[in-house]
Design a protein around this ligand. Structure first.
Ligand code: 13P
Length: 250
């Protein structure tokens, strides 16, 4: 059985007080299915405090990014080792917003994955095509290329800590969602790519999450697909009830 995961990517939202309030609202819900792993990814500044809030709970903590460099003279960057030191367990890497606004390439993301793994963080690695690529019907090639570039040099032993998130860029924050069939089709394709690179066992055990306007009203039909193992949730993760309702959608 693969892990079922619902991860909330808060992006650049909440102040520290409103973020802590959101966590306490999420924690009030005790009826989340035991087999669903909930992860929250608040801004860097909140991690240390949120980590204390999550102590002795089943909810896991993620960062939204990390530096591709080890510690040192990199003004404004946050190293994987720093994230680990405040209780962070996962890190979202390769998000399309990092690619679009901060010029992150597959090569940079590859360095980040390596440094995250070396510091004991589990990467949630994003892939996905933009609208133009979907319309040209080249989305499979785009995703295959991203995966190849991002996982270059990652060994099977390292890959067992990887979670993949398929996030079609045209569905992020737009209210447009991939149809369940579109999601299943490309998730199955991603799993075949993992199988080719890492073998059947890792292909079967790697969670592949869907992200892009996932909300309580569509999570059930998305998660019902054989190769959709949960969601990476943006906007809806900022509302405790919506986030919890998504987690109950399996
Ligand atoms: P939305 O759920 O707001 O579309 O964002 C998805 C996302 O980018 C999660 O990383």
């Amino acid at each position: 059985m693969r892990k079922k995961i619902v991860a909330g990517n808060w992006k650049m939202n909440t102040t520290l007080p409103t973020g802590l309030l959101l966590v306490s609202e999420i924690l009030k819900n005790t009826d989340i299915p035991k087999d669903v792993i909930l992860i929250i990814a608040p801004p860097f500044t909140h991690l240390s405090e949120v980590s204390k809030q999550l102590k002795n709970t089943s909810i896991k903590l993620a960062a939204q990014n990390c530096s591709q460099f080890d510690q040192g003279a990199y003004t404004g960057e946050v190293a994987a080792s720093i994230l680990k030191s405040v209780g962070t367990e996962y890190v979202i890497l390769g998000h399309s917003e990092r690619r679009a606004y901060f010029a992150e390439t597959d090569l940079v993301i590859n360095s980040k994955i390596k440094i995250a793994l070396a510091n004991g963080l589990k990467p949630i690695v994003c892939c996905g095509e933009v609208l133009e690529e979907r319309e040209k019907n080249i989305h499979f090639d785009v995703v295959a290329k991203q995966l190849k570039g991002m996982f270059e040099g990652i060994t099977p032993d390292q890959f067992k800590d990887i979670i993949i998130a398929y996030e079609p860029v045209w569905a992020i924050g737009t209210g447009k969602t991939a149809s369940p069939a579109q999601a299943q089709e490309i998730h199955a394709f991603i799993r075949i790519n993992i199988e080719k690179a890492y073998g059947t066992e890792l292909a079967h055990s790697t969670p592949i999450l869907y992200g892009g306007s996932c909300k309580p009203s569509n999570a059930k039909e998305l998660f019902a697909n054989a190769d959709v193992d949960g969601g990476l949730i943006g906007g809806a993760s900022l509302v405790a009830k919506d986030f919890i309702d998504i987690a109950k959608s399996f």
